[in-house]
Design a binder for this molecule. Structure first.
Ligand SMILES: [Zn+2]
Length: 521
């Protein structure tokens, strides 16, 4: 073992001792994988075989997290440890990087290269580079005048095809509809806006709302705003309320966006309308603290353009209305405040409308799309890969980056989680598995003499262990599984993990000094 961080996983855990599985996973994700991945994306696109060394590292890390044997399939181990396969990880990071390039200022030296990557597809797929991953970024607005998606990163020997609408001379939007993000907008010494944002604890916030609503100066400029996300569509709304009655309502459909964007749009629209109505004292009530803070922050980040528009709106209004005051008040959501409920209903209605096609595509949405598409690709691979059948038989859930309770539970010992993991991935200390690897001469059960000591025989059938199965039956009844025991719930249900761990411990089959089926572990 050298001192390289890549050796880290093997030094700090085995299936019996070491750090907790989740801690190993987090440590490797933050220290080992970045070292291993460093610079790989510069050589993209790469063939699947090129990722073999990173696959080996993924396997070693996944084995330390799960405590499974080396003979277990890589695909199964990656799903168990909730680790994205190496190729998908590198490609996801590359797409995120290129998405960040899309909003750089047009004077940045990488912009002409990126523009070229969008405008021209390489003649040979060999000449593609990481910038060509721009065509894989989901959620962006792809211009019709450039080669269609899939023409840059093609398989070898696939010729380039020219689309009907493709016209090299035509100008196109090289940001692909992405929101602009500027490095510096306002000087640090710029005068602050005449906006007071009040965020108080729940009880005080309600009292403050009562006082603010009672102020006669704000009678005709009291707006409630809200954002909503329903079935993947976001929307914002602003409702002007006078004497508890809705007077005006503005709905902003955002289509593919986030709740916070809807909240910020609501605030922006309410302020715009109030200033157009020549109001000097404006009250905006919102139930999102993030939106109230975000609308005032012009720092470079996703959603910055809304804060800039808000800033420009108010500074322009100040030229004609120097004594303008705006009060943005936070109020807790869903506690029956009339205006808030009206705004909530309007925002929900806004999610159903068609968004303005000129709305910017937000960076947050694009990053979420990239994440979702990587998971979908992982799921397709997991369903079609030939290995990992033992796990696929038990666990039909799609792979995810959220670790299973088997590795995150604090009540389960390291030993028990390794045993269950071995049973799940299909390579265990049981004779049927050890026979396959040539460690024993017979696959039969030493306890009862049955022909094959498989995980089903051990957990469900072997008569010798029947007395230890009573707690398993009781735990199954507790979660609503009556009748005979089944493998799938026993090895997947979070509430059955501890009883199964105790069963294995009681049978002492895995703790015996039997040589493991894989002596190199
Ligand atoms: Zn038996």
């Amino acid at each position: 073992m050298g001192d390289s961080p890549v050796d880290f996983p093997g030094q700090n855990a085995t299936d019996f001792w070491g750090l907790r599985p989740l801690l190993i996973r987090d440590l490797t994700r933050s220290t080992v994988l970045p070292c291993a991945d460093y610079g790989v994306s510069s050589f993209l696109p790469l063939s699947a075989n090129t990722f073999k060394p990173l696959d080996r590292l993924n396997k070693s890390v996944a084995r330390c997290v799960t405590g499974a044997f080396r003979t277990a399939a890589l695909a199964a181990l990656e799903k168990e440890a909730a680790m994205l396969p190496a190729q998908l990880r590198i490609e996801r990071d590359a797409m995120n990087t290129v998405a960040y390039y899309l909003f750089l200022p047009s004077s940045h030296p990488i912009r002409p290269l990126l523009r070229n990557a969008i405008a021209v597809a390489p003649k040979s797929p060999k000449n593609a580079s990481i910038l060509h991953y721009v065509e894989r970024i989901p959620g962006t607005r792809w211009p019709p005048s450039v080669p269609t998606r899939g023409q840059r990163l093609r398989k070898r020997k696939v010729p380039r095809t020219v689309g009907a609408e493709e016209s090299p001379a035509m100008d196109f939007d090289e940001t692909l509809g992405m929101e602009p993000i500027v490095p510096v907008y306002a000087a640090p010494w710029a005068t602050p806006l005449p906006v007071t944002t009040i965020i108080l604890p729940k009880e005080d916030a309600l009292r403050a709302l009562e006082v603010a609503m009672g102020d006669e100066r704000r009678r005709d400029a009291t707006w409630f705003t809200d954002g909503s996300l329903l079935e993947g569509c976001a929307g914002g709304a602003a409702v002007r309320v006078e004497g508890g009655v809705e007077k005006e309502c503005i709905e902003v459909p955002l289509g593919d966006g986030q709740v916070c964007e809807g909240e910020m749009e609501g605030l922006f629209c309410a302020t715009t309308k109030a200033l157009r109505d020549k109001c000097h004292c404006v009250l905006c009530v919102a139930d999102s603290q993030a939106a109230l803070r975000g609308i005032l922050s012009t720092k470079p980040r996703s959603g910055q353009f809304r804060a800039i528009r808000y800033d420009q709106l108010i500074r322009n209004a100040m030229l004609t209305t120097p004594h303008l005051t705006i009060l943005n008040l936070w109020t807790p959501a869903h506690i029956g405040t009339d205006g808030n409920e009206l705004a909530d209903a309007a925002a929900k209605a806004a999610t159903k409308c068609d968004p303005n096609p000129d709305n910017y595509v937000s960076l947050t949405s694009v990053c979420r799309h990239i994440h979702v598409s990587s998971l979908a690709e992982w799921d397709t691979r997991w369903k079609t890969v030939k290995t990992g059948k033992a796990l696929r038989y038990l666990d039909r859930t799609p792979p995810s980056l959220i670790p299973s309770p088997l590795y995150s539970s604090s009540s389960l010992s390291r030993k028990a989680s390794s045993w269950i993991s071995q049973l799940r991935t299909g390579f265990t200390y049981l004779n049927a598995d050890r026979y396959k690897s040539g460690f024993v001469d017979s696959p039969s059960c030493e306890a009862c003499g049955a022909l094959y000591e498989t995980r089903a025989h051990y957990l469900l059938e072997c008569p010798v262990w029947e007395p230890h199965r009573q707690p398993l039956h009781a735990a199954c009844r507790d979660i609503g599984h009556f009748g005979p025991l089944h493998l799938s719930p026993l090895l997947t249900h979070p509430k059955l993990l501890t009883p199964v761990g105790k069963f294995i411990d009681a049978t002492e089959l895995f703790a015996r000094p039997r040589p493991p089926p894989d002596s190199t572990l």
